[in-house]
Design a protein around this ligand. Structure first.
Ligand code: AMP
Length: 407
C-alpha cells in the first residue's frame, strides 16, 4: 500500500510516523505542511518565498540570529552540528531539506532516521568530497578534467608531470568560491603551494587545467517519483572566483546545449538525486564538455529562473521534495543575472532612487533581489539583479554602462 498523503493543515498528525524513521519512503507533501531547512541563508530565504506562496510553512535552522531565511520563516538559532537543535527541527517539520552541502554527517544521519529527508544523505556524502564526486560523474557517463589524488609532494610532482601543467591543486573537502585551490604553472609553484595545501588537513586532488571557452551550468530537478526536468543552461562569468554574471540563453551551439542537458539528466538519475542538482561545466575550445562541480541544492547560477522561467528553481525544488509534478522550466525571456556583492550595495541603492532612462531605451527591466543581510562586507553575496531583456546583448550593455558593477 502506498503512503497516505499528508493533508493540508493536518501535517503534524502524521509526524509520529516521522519519528519511526521513514527515510527513503516516498510521500506527497501538500501545502499546509512545514518544510524544515538546514541553513538560513539566501537560498533558504528564496525557497521559503516560493514555497510560502504555495501555502507551505517554513522553519530554518541557522546559527546567525535574524538570518536571511529567518526573516521570512521561523528560525531555530543554533549551530549546524547541534543535535538537539536538529532534533527540534525534525519535530517541527514534516519534510527536511538543506541549502548548503557541508551538512554534518552525524546530523544528516540523525535527521534521516528521525524525520523525512527525501534527498537522503548519500548524495551529500558524494558531493562533499571532490574525489567521490568525480567518480560518480564518470559513472554517469560524463567527462571530468583528468585528475589524480596526491598525498605527498613527490606524488604531486609525479602527477604534474603525468597530467601536464598548468594544473589546479584542490582540497577534496571544504573548498568553495576558489578557496582551497592553487593554480600550478611550474614545478616551483607545486613546491610553493604544497606546505599550505598539506596544512588544509584533507585529501588533495590535482586536476588538469582546462583551457575553457566558457563556463556553463545546468540545473536539473528530480522528484522521488523519478520525473526529471532541466533548466536552460546558463553561461557563467566569474570574477575573482565568485560568480558575477549568468547569461541566458548561453551563447552555445545546439549540440553543446543538448549534450550539457543530457549530462545533467544522466547525473541526476544515476546519482538518484531528489530535489535540485546544479551541474557546473567547462566548455573547452574544441566543444568538449567537462563537469567541474555538483551542488545538490538551489544554485546561484539558477537565480535567473526567478523571473525568466515559467517555474523558478526554488518552486521546482519545493515541488520535487514534496513529490508534486514538476513545473515547466521553459525560458520566458532572455536574461542576465548579476550578483550584488558587498561593494555593490551602495551604488545599487543610489541607482534604485532614480528613474533609469537607459534601461527604458534598451528595453531592459532590472529586477532587484536583496537578501536582508545586516553587514555589506566586500565580496559577500548580498543580492542579485535579474536583467530581463529583449536579448542578452541589451542586458549586457545595460550592465556595462551601469555604475553598480565596476569590475
Ligand atoms: P571550483 O571551486 O572547482 O568551482 O573552481 C572555481 C573556479 O576555478 C572555476 O569556476 C574555474 O573558473 C576555475 N577552475 C577550477 N578548476 C579548473 C580547471 N581544472 N581548469 C580550469 N579552470 C578551473
Amino acid at each position: 500500500m502506498s503512503e497516505p498523503n499528508i493533508q493540508p493543515g493536518t501535517a503534524k498528525a502524521s509526524s509520529g510516523e516521522s519519528r519511526e524513521g521513514a527515510a527513503g519512503r516516498r510521500r506527497t507533501i501538500l501545502p499546509g505542511a512545514t518544510i524544515g531547512v538546514l541553513g538560513g541563508g539566501q537560498l533558504g530565504r528564496m525557497l521559503a518565498h516560493a514555497g510560502s506562496r504555495m501555502g507551505y510553512r517554513f522553519v530554518a535552522l541557522d546559527p546567525t540570529p535574524d538570518a536571511p531565511c529567518g526573516q521570512t520563516a521561523e528560525q531555530i538559532v543554533a549551530g549546524y552540528a547541534d543535535r538537539e537543535a536538529a532534533r527540534e527541527l525534525a519535530r517541527r517539520a514534516d519534510v527536511i531539506t538543506y541549502e548548503f552541502e557541508n551538512v554534518d554527517a552525524g546530523v544528516a544521519a540523525m535527521l534521516e532516521a528521525e524525520s523525512y529527508v527525501p534527498q537522503g544523505s548519500a548524495l551529500l556524502h558524494t558531493t562533499q568530497h571532490r574525489l567521490r564526486e568525480k567518480r560518480a560523474v564518470e559513472a554517469a557517463g560524463a567527462r571530468v578534467a583528468p585528475y589524480a589524488e596526491v598525498a605527498s609532494l613527490a606524488e604531486l610532482k609525479a602527477a604534474s608531470a603525468r597530467l601536464g601543467l598548468p594544473a589546479v591543486l584542490k582540497t577534496a573537502t571544504g573548498g568553495y568560491d576558489g578557496k582551497g585551490q592553487w593554480v600550478l604553472r611550474s614545478e616551483a609553484d607545486a613546491e610553493a603551494a604544497w606546505p599550505e595545501a598539506e596544512r588544509a588537513g584533507t585529501e588533495l586532488v590535482l586536476e588538469k587545467f582546462i583551457d575553457f571557452a566558457m563556463e556553463i551550468s545546468v540545473i536539473a530537478a528530480r522528484s522521488p517519483s523519478g520525473e526529471v526536468r532541466t533548466f536552460p543552461p546558463a553561461e557563467n562569468v566569474h570574477v575573482d572566483n565568485i560568480l558575477h554574471l549568468s547569461i541566458v540563453p548561453a551563447r552555445i551551439g545546439e549540440n553543446v546545449r543538448r549534450e550539457a542537458e543530457r549530462m545533467a539528466v544522466s547525473i541526476a538519475e544515476t546519482l538518484g538525486a531528489v530535489g535540485l542538482i546544479a551541474v557546473e561545466m567547462f566548455v573547452a575550445k574544441d566543444g568538449e564538455i567537462y563537469v567541474n562541480e555538483l551542488a545538490p541544492r538551489p544554485h546561484n547560477s539558477g537565480h535567473y529562473t526567478m523571473e525568466a522561467c515559467r517555474t523558478s528553481q526554488f518552486e521546482q525544488h519545493v515541488r520535487a521534495i514534496c513529490d508534486l509534478p514538476l513545473g515547466d522550466s521553459a525560458l520566458l525571456t532572455p536574461v542576465v543575472m548579476a550578483n550584488i556583492l558587498g561593494e555593490h550595495v551602495e551604488p545599487l541603492l543610489a541607482w534604485m532612487r532614480e528613474r533609469d532612462s537607459e534601461a527604458e531605451r534598451l528595453g531592459v527591466e532590472p529586477k532587484v533581489h536583496l537578501y536582508g543581510k545586516a553587514e555589506a562586507k566586500p565580496k559577500r553575496k548580498m543580492g542579485h539583479v535579474n536583467v530581463l531583456a529583449p536579448n542578452v546583448d541589451a542586458a549586457l550593455a545595460w550592465i556595462a554602462q551601469s555604475k553598480i558593477w565596476r569590475v
